[in-house]
Design a protein around this ligand. Structure first.
Ligand SMILES: [Cu+2]
Length: 492
């Protein structure tokens, strides 16, 4: 029977060990709906996907409903559950997803966003045919996740921001959710670009702190150009009203820690080619000043890490003098942060190499925006082939707490979890004491051939900065031709 349960969709999944002999959790499906939900709710994700289920028998509906709405569930399993629920309920995918979104806890944003993406990835014609339903849900619902889906769906259905914007503006708290749907509009490139004007106007106009933050977050998803960069730069650079001075009610509100953090996070999404050169040094200096004001115990929190990382990228674009001094200031303020992403559909890391100082704290923020799962494993110099081959040929682990495809060898120094689409993991560690060209790679089977890079550990980063030496690509055995792959998505 186990073989029956291991469909193709879960055979590859990190969450579902495809090893024989695992127990199939027993669920008493003939109990009351609440009792069934309770039993399913107690299972780990791994156990939940092993529960018996049959798409032709409505008795198993609660199992599919639990898989669809479960936090951290792999996308193919959610898709399978959605397809079955659509058939069982004779309802549209839009309806099933709206109902599912209504059941997700308000603080479980990442889980809700996974379902939101499934809803908004439907073709515009499909969403258009459900326009009435979406508008009705917008009038009836109050859950933020449902409202995000409603306004995102209306925006795509109309291909024009105006009707959804006007509807949202009439109801308290709705415009914020419309703004929060913008990062999920995906391939609707022209629609996203068309949102630049109303969002920029809203930023100049609104006094509501939450709306400002949502607008700054959304802005990087509209147009990735210097117009967007300049608005974000202004939010970071403009000074707060001096203490003791009453702010003018006609002036836009002072930036807050939250609005600056949103502007910094948004700016991280923009390609460096749209940075306005004159703003680079003032921004880097302002970021140093902002981080200096942050208490040291809060400097490892994501907003400060983001600021340090952006400051470092800005400094890298400056001439020798200011670059060296700014980077020294940034390093003195906290851990060195390196942000690395997978590039969707290309099986590449966007960063090919980076330099860190021996014995100093480092944080790697690894994000996976790709549909495929990836990890990031750091290995000893020269270990790329060995770690990649050993990791990729491992069977998926039986223990859900074990990181899949990470070989148990001293060649491996650090490893993230295997990240599903849209997930992020952080590795905080002390850089090796011995300088050298350490490797990093994705050990998911077959990936390391393209997904690798070099962590260059140097004795003294300041000295290295003054005379940087490019490390050797461990596959071509030549110096790396560039440090980053330009991963900017197609521009509006
Ligand atoms: Cu990979």
């Amino acid at each position: 029977m186990l073989a029956l349960l291991l469909g193709a969709s879960i055979a590859w999944s990190a969450a579902a060990p495809a090893t024989a002999g695992q127990d199939v959790p027993r669920i008493l499906l003939d109990q009351s709906p609440r009792a069934v939900e309770y039993q399913l709710g107690r299972l780990s994700n791994d156990q939940l996907v092993r529960v018996e289920r049959r798409e032709t028998d409505e008795k198993y509906r609660p199992v599919y409903a639990a898989i669809l709405t479960r936090k951290g569930m792999a996308r193919p399993l959610r898709a399978e559950a959605l397809a079955v629920l659509v058939k069982m309920d004779r309802a549209s995918a839009t309806r099933v997803l709206l109902d599912a979104l209504g059941k997700i806890a308000a603080d479980d944003r990442q889980n809700a966003d996974s379902l939101l993406d499934m809803l908004l990835e439907q073709p515009a014609e499909t969403l258009r045919s459900h326009r009435e339903m979406l508008a009705q849900a917008g009038a009836d619902a109050s859950q933020p996740a449902v409202l995000r889906a409603v306004y995102g769906g209306l925006l795509i259905a109309d291909g024009d921001p105006s009707p959804a914007w006007q509807a949202a503006a009439k109801r308290d708290g709705h415009l914020v959710e419309l703004l929060r749907s913008v990062p999920h509009l995906g391939k609707a490139v022209e629609l996203r670009a068309a949102l630049f004007v109303p969002i920029a106007a809203l930023l100049a106009d609104t006094r509501d702190a939450g709306t400002r933050v949502a607008a700054l977050d959304a802005l990087a998803w509209t147009r990735r150009d210097s117009g967007t960069f300049d608005i974000l730069a202004r939010e970071i650079l403009r000074p707060s009203t001096a203490p003791g001075v009453t702010p003018s009610p006609s002036k836009e509100p002072d930036p807050t820690a939250e609005s600056r953090a949103a502007a910094i996070a948004s700016m991280q999404q923009l390609p460096e080619s749209v940075w306005t050169p004159a703003a680079i040094e003032p921004l880097a200096r302002t970021i140093v000043a902002l981080v200096r004001e942050t208490p040291s115990d809060r400097r490892t929190e994501p907003p400060t890490i983001d600021a340090l990382q952006l400051g470092d990228r800005l400094a890298a674009r400056l001439p020798d003098g200011p670059r060296v001094s700014l980077r020294r200031d940034l390093r003195a303020l906290g851990v060195q942060v390196v942000r690395i992403q997978s590039i969707p559909e290309q099986m590449l890391f966007d960063v090919k190499w980076f330099a860190v100082q021996a014995g100093k704290p480092v944080q790697i923020v690894f994000a996976n925006p790709d549909a495929m799962p990836h990890n990031l494993v750091i290995g000893q110099p020269g270990s790329l082939q060995d770690v990649g081959t050993k990791g990729g040929t491992m069977p998926p682990p039986a223990d859900p707490d074990v990181k899949p495809y990470v070989p148990d060898t001293p060649l491996v120094l650090h490893a993230t979890r295997l990240l599903n689409a849209g997930e992020t993991d952080r590795l905080t560690f002390t850089a090796p004491a011995t300088p050298g060209e350490y490797v990093y790679l994705c050990t998911f089977p077959g990936h390391f051939i393209r997904m690798y890079g070099v962590m260059l550990v140097v004795e003294n980063l300041d000295a290295w900065e003054a005379k940087p030496a490019v490390p050797t690509d461990p596959v071509t055995n030549k110096p790396f031709a560039s440090q980053r792959v330009d991963s900017a998505p197609k521009q509006p």
